[in-house]
Design a binder for this molecule. Structure first.
Ligand SMILES: [Zn+2]
Length: 318
């Protein structure tokens, strides 16, 4: 997590002749004192910011558009690259809002735009997620996690799990039925949080950023766009994975270890979210295969409905 904005200037040091050395030294000492006082006075960004359950729309600072409106559907098709093997995805999507916050334009933005949700701290008292498929409830199991958006973000719930989708259902995708020709009808594997482009995306749990193309084959970047996938190493959800998709920017690379509540990217409309309402697509996947039947077919999949977990973590109370 970087605290300094891109506009920050490097500090300068200068040295003068010996005659002025003492005066300079005294001045530097005074400056240091001022800096120390400032450090003590200003709350640290990125630390355990205890903001309480602040109301959702940030009244003041950013003009967090509550503009995200009606329904969404991520069904169009557009190619999108999933970053190189390093996983570092730097190119912002062409059409969307710039990912770097405009620092100079509005003074009140000075405070960090990333304020973790109150759920950003691991609560070990939370009932742990199941460690096996036995008794797993595909539409009701709750995985302890942190809400993936800052407490200042204005968001709404969009399309839910199993909403209709066009296209081929991969082996790792759930289905919503069988077409007359026998093929599977694809369904929405995650939930959508409607939120303006460029919104910070926070790690729902601590863990390692993994390469989805090695985990699920064939991985479909044209569908998911730019993603950050985190494999949890928290004691209440070990091995669970979260897929954060359609990002405009990824701030964590494959192999990185991230902490719960850490900034890992910015929302966008990459992949098949082009042309839809801006949203974060979020999937949860289990560390084991769950056997379940739907539309007369029994399959073994790791994906399940993320909505109960997200609503449980929602600082607004779901
Ligand atoms: Zn979605």
């Amino acid at each position: 997590m970087t605290a300094a904005g891109p506009g920050q200037e490097p500090t300068r040091t200068s040295r003068a002749g010996t005659g002025r050395a003492i005066a300079l030294g005294a001045g530097a000492l005074a400056l240091a004192l001022v800096a120390l006082v400032a450090l003590v006075a200003v709350p640290r960004s990125g630390g355990a910011v205890s903001r309480g359950a602040s109301p959702i729309p940030s009244g003041s600072a950013t003009a967090s558009s509550a503009g995200a409106a009606a329904a969404s559907a991520d069904c169009t098709t557009a190619p999108a690259a999933l970053g190189a093997s390093s996983g570092v995805c730097t190119a912002p999507s062409a059409s969307t809002a710039p990912s770097a916050a405009p620092i100079a334009s509005t003074a009140p933005i000075a405070s960090s735009p990333v304020s973790p949700s109150p759920t950003a701290t691991l609560d070990t008292a939370d009932p742990p997620a199941p460690t096996s498929a036995r008794g797993f409830k595909v539409r009701a199991t709750v995985v302890p996690l942190a809400f993936p958006l800052p407490s200042t973000a204005a968001y709404r719930y969009g399309d839910a799990w199993r909403a209709p989708r066009d296209g081929i259902a991969r082996r790792y995708n759930q289905i919503r039925g069988i077409a007359p020709d026998g093929s599977y009808l694809r369904a929405h594997d995650g939930i959508d949080l409607l939120v303006k482009n460029g919104t910070p995306v926070l790690a729902p749990f601590s863990g390692t950023v993994v390469d989805p193309a090695r985990r699920w084959k064939p991985w479909d970047p044209g569908r998911y766009g730019k993603v950050v996938v985190i494999e949890s190493d928290e004691p209440t959800s070990p091995g669970y994975l979260v897929v954060l998709a359609h990002l405009s920017k990824a701030s964590a690379a494959i192999g990185d270890h991230v902490e719960r509540g850490q900034l890992v990217g910015r929302t966008g409309q990459t992949g098949n979210a082009v042309g839809t309402k801006p949203h974060l697509h979020l999937e949860l996947r289990a560390p084991f295969l769950i056997r379940y039947g739907y539309a007369g077919v029994i399959r073994r999949l790791d994906v399940f409905d993320a909505e109960p977990s997200i609503r449980a973590a929602d600082p607004r109370g779901g």
